[in-house]
Ligand binder design. Structure first.
Ligand code: 5AD
Ligand code: SF4
Length: 462
């Protein structure tokens, strides 16, 4: 499938700035925020801003926030206290600072934050961040601006085209928003309705990333396997169709996607894990809870048995595939026996990796007002028990890798001189002694050691 090429002349070159302007961006939360921060940095680079890691030197400060759990919001408020002091200090030195709250907290609570913290100049939601350069210009005359409407224009089409990625493995957002409305989750409210990017736009972005050295792409979406884009001929394309089209890019060697909903794991996608060698044998598939009563209260639209049957189908197609998951403990009304059903699921599936959370009541979501909200101490105790089990599972998975030879994509220098860090097909960090010229290469590595979070190995002689 060939996509219409975007003329290179449409690229926006950084403005020739008299004094270099700088932006500091701090990213909270998920990979989609990491991707959005990169795109914001690119939009600002086209306006003459260089990124800085020193917040005190930044003309523009962006907090790209996450609203999924409570502590994320608390962190934003504590950062804002510090930023307000820095802003005052800089102003005393004659240097103004534009403070921007972006991301899902901006969408959900931005107006409230702006009211409470006068130092905030711009509140911009996840669907409007392409407007950031013009918002910065406007705030100088208009004061505080709140941009949290869902605009009609395509944010991705409005952003400057991508030129280079920071790493040999890159994220690419293909789908945003969610229509599933799990009762605990803010995403349908903060990111809006499910939306898939056009296939041609995605292929163009992927080709540009690959031309700049990217060898591994992770397609992102809150509900990525619900992707249903339209190709250049107006035909509907599923996530499997998109992945097949991407696999035709010669120098692109590895493909991943996250996060998937069990209900949207279609057969064509499952089968691709056997037929397409570029698909990495690793799938993030949240199950959230092991009790059917809790799953129903969560509005997950699947039972524990549905999930187990799906895992069996996936493993029948590709027995080497490893799974990771998300789990919530302490959902309203969860009994001890219902929590133990979650532990049973973990034992049955044997995840390679998992992310586990205490239920956090999110304002405006149905679960926040359900009866049976559990005391913090109960949630904490359950989380500890679950995490102890998950640590055993991931340690066992990693130990089982010892002696195997994995193709490892080397990404960056390790802790010691002469060492690099790469990624295994199972997304484990792999440390190996190899020259820096191996960055961007995929080399066979025999795994010699395993810790809870990483592997060590020896590059095999050619
Ligand atoms: N409380 C705790 N965890 C949550 N998640 C989403 N919303 C909440 C909440 N209110 C978790 C889910 C989801 C992951 C991204 O975050 O497990 O899959
Ligand atoms: Fe949130 Fe995922 Fe449920 Fe959508 S499917 S509501 S993003 S947990």
């Amino acid at each position: 499938m060939s996509a219409p090429r975007v003329e290179l002349s449409t690229e926006v070159e950084p403005a020739a700035a008299t004094a270099p302007k700088t932006v500091f961006i701090k990213t909270f939360g998920c990979q989609m925020n990491v991707y959005d921060s990169e795109r914001m940095a690119e939009a600002l680079a086209a306006d003459g801003y260089a990124q800085t890691a020193a917040i005190e030197e930044a003309d523009v400060v962006v907090l790209n926030t996450c609203h999924i759990r409570e502590r994320a919001v608390d962190k934003v408020y504590s950062d804002l206290g510090r930023i307000r002091d820095i802003k005052q200090q800089r102003l005393a030195d004659g240097k103004p600072t534009t403070v921007t709250i972006a991301g899902c907290v901006a969408q959900a609570e931005g107006a409230e934050i702006a009211r409470r913290v006068g130092a905030v100049d711009i509140v911009v939601g996840p669907q409007s961040y392409h407007q950031l350069p013009s918002l910065i210009a406007r705030t100088r005359t208009e004061g505080q601006i709140i941009a949290t409407d869902f605009p009609d224009e395509d944010k991705f089409a409005a952003l400057p085209v991508r030129k280079r990625a920071a790493n040999t493995a890159a994220y690419l957002t293909v789908q945003e928003g969610c229509d599933k409305f799990c009762t605990f989750c803010v995403v349908p409210y903060t990111r809006g309705a499910e939306f898939s990017r056009p296939v041609a736009q995605i292929l163009d972005e992927a080709r540009r990333l690959v031309a700049s050295g990217v060898r591994e792409l992770t397609l992102l979406g809150q509900n990525v396997n619900a992707f249903h884009g339209v190709d250049a001929n107006g035909r509907e394309v599923s996530l499997a169709g998109l992945l097949k089209a991407l696999a035709l890019i010669p120098e692109l060697e590895r493909l991943r996607y996250t996060t998937s909903h069990p209900r949207d794991m279609r057969d064509d996608l499952i089968e691709l894990h056997a037929s397409e060698p570029k698909m990495m044998p690793y799938l993030h598939l949240p199950f959230q809870a092991g009790s059917d009563r809790i799953l129903a209260a969560m509005n997950r639209k699947h039972t524990a048995a549905d999930y187990l049957a799906l895992v069996a189908r996936i493993r029948a197609v590709n027995p080497a595939l490893a799974l990771s998951t998300d789990i919530i403990v302490g959902f309203p009304g969860e009994s001890e026996a219902e929590f133990e059903a979650t532990l049973d699921m973990v034992r049955m599936v044997q995840f390679a990796q998992a992310y586990s959370f205490k239920y956090s009541a999110r304002p405006g979501t149905p679960a926040a007002t359900m009866d049976g909200q559990l005391p913090e101490a109960v949630k904490t105790e359950r989380l500890h028990r679950l995490q102890a089990l998950l640590a055993e599972e991931s340690t066992r998975f990693n130990a089982g890798c010892i002696g195997k030879i994995f193709p490892v994509l080397f990404e960056k220098p390790g802790r010691r001189a002469g060492q690099l860090i790469g990624r295994s097909p199972y997304l484990q960090s792999v440390y190996a002694d190899v020259s820096a010229s191996a960055i961007g290469l995929i080399l066979p590595v025999q795994i010699s050691g395993a810790g809870p979070n990483s592997l060590a190995g020896v590059v095999c002689a050619a």
